[in-house]
Design a protein around this ligand. Structure first.
Ligand code: AMP
Ligand code: GLY
Length: 421
């Protein structure tokens, strides 16, 4: 089969790596890809958001299966465009990708179908939101309705911060139309868990749980980022919590989408807060997580193309999804200064230390090739993943492997996967 993967981050490198192990994969393309991906796939210079050019390419090359990693093309309707042209593609249609694309929609869905989530109000006029802030409880969380590169969530400790937040999102339009509507929700306290799943419209099968480390600095200090590392399994996601979520969250969400005429096929990423009152949904994503994918796929035993096809064909119930008992830890090597200002174009040395090795990997996020050299090309540069018999062993293996690569301004957190916090 000829496969096309859409995207350019660590998530897409992990997807391409896993697809490359499939017996069914003869040739892999990635648009636009990065330096690491180019070792396994032919990278094509088409932006992930140029949907027509991607469909033209898939038609011309007779691509058998396209896998979309990123949220923007999904929310913009890439799956509908491909399907109209008779091209097979893994991911939700536009009317289902709204599960991630609109927080007002997803909160309304959870309310209607009794899926546990934080209490909330929605607003489409700043004056109404400001009036609400007068009597609201703090801390309060404000969320832009639409996609905002993961930055549209503001945790406001005081009324003054919330007033500034409403101005930023709705009046100044810091995230454009994404802030036309906002959600104001209750601040939840607890540990977070990321649970990715495969969905075929009716059946949902869960991948191994993960814990994301979103803040830039050790001890969860510093700014929110796309994710500075992950551990799988998530130590706080117990069998008891899994039972509750199976009853209250996963199947209910898939059934709710089907009942709304928005059948979801693809990957649903459940972002959960494990509160003292039970697990609650913080957000849904309509795609794989990054870096979650970099810890979950190295543990997965199935041929991933079989699973993608089962989702498309509505036959996921026939798949026995299996994960290794080994734990996995991914430590992100970032450019110092991320997520604010950072330099690019620094040469990366030592990448050959990962060639042909098993049990630890270097997934590329922001890299590119210049004159035969691999250089940094983003805030998150590399994801170093390692397996271990226990989370602690995986953690030690991953940190040991971070020493194998060097670049100027290399930055990482040192507490990813710590079991004592
Ligand atoms: P989201 O994009 O909705 O997952 O929000 C990004 C991050 O903001 C989450 O991973 C949490 O760390 C935090 N967050 C979002 N909603 C809440 C909430 N209601 N209470 C506490 N923290 C939240
Ligand atoms: N790591 C969080 C996300 O992919 O949204």
């Amino acid at each position: 089969m000829k496969i096309l993967v859409v995207g350019s981050g660590g998530r897409e490198h992990a997807l391409v790596w896993k697809i490359a192990q499939s017996k069914k994969a003869d040739k892999i393309y990635c648009a636009p890809g990065n330096a690491g991906i180019s070792e396994l796939a032919e990278c094509v210079d088409i932006k992930a958001t140029d949907l027509t050019a991607l469909a033209d390419f898939a038609e011309e090359k007779k691509i058998d299966l396209t896998v979309v990693g990123m949220d923007d093309p999904l929310v913009a309707g890439i799956v509908d465009i491909f399907e109209e042209r008779g091209l097979r593609v893994f991911g939700p249609r536009k009317n289902a990708a709204i599960l991630e694309g609109s927080k007002v929609f997803s909160k309304g869905l959870m309310k209607k179908y009794g899926i546990p989530t934080a209490d909330y109000e929605t607003f489409d006029k700043p004056e109404d939101a400001l009036k609400y802030l007068e009597t609201a409880k703090y801390p309060l969380v404000l969320k832009a309705d639409g996609l905002a590169l993961g930055k549209g969530v503001l945790i406001c400790n005081t009324k003054e911060e919330a007033i500034a937040g409403v101005k930023e999102l709705m009046t100044d339009k810091a995230f454009g139309n994404a802030g036309d509507k906002i959600v104001a929700e209750e601040f939840l306290i607890g540990k977070e868990a990321s649970v990715l799943s495969f969905v075929d419209g009716k059946t949902v099968k869960l991948m191994a749980s993960a814990r994301d480390y979103k803040r830039a600095k050790d001890n969860d200090e510093g700014l929110n980022t796309g994710g500075m590392g992950n551990v799988s399994p998530n130590p706080f996601y117990t069998a008891e919590i899994d039972e509750i979520c199976k009853k209250e969250v996963y199947q209910k969400t898939v059934d709710a989408m089907a009942a709304e005429g928005r059948e979801f096929k693809g990957c649903i990423f459940f972002g959960l807060m494990l509160t003292k009152d039970g697990p609650k949904v913080l957000e849904f994503n309509a795609r794989f997580g990054d870096p979650e994918t970099q810890v979950v796929l190295p543990r997965m035993e199935n041929d991933i193309i079989d699973v993608f096809e089962a989702c498309i064909d509505g036959e996921l119930d026939k798949v026995d999804l299996k994960f290794k008992d080994d734990a996995a830890v991914c430590v992100i090597l970032a450019s110092n200064g991320y997520p604010e200002k950072y330099e690019k174009g620094k040469e990366i040395k030592g990448l050959e230390n990962f060639k042909g090795k098993d049990g630890f990997w270097c997934f590329h996020a922001g890299t590119k090739k210049v004159d035969g050299k691999t250089v940094t090309n983003g805030g998150r540069v590399l994801g170093i993943t390692a397996l271990g018999k226990t989370p602690e062993e995986a953690r030690q293996n991953a940190y040991k492997a971070t020493e194998l690569v060097e670049f100027e301004n290399k930055y990482m957190r040192h507490d990813i996967g710590r079991t004592d916090r």
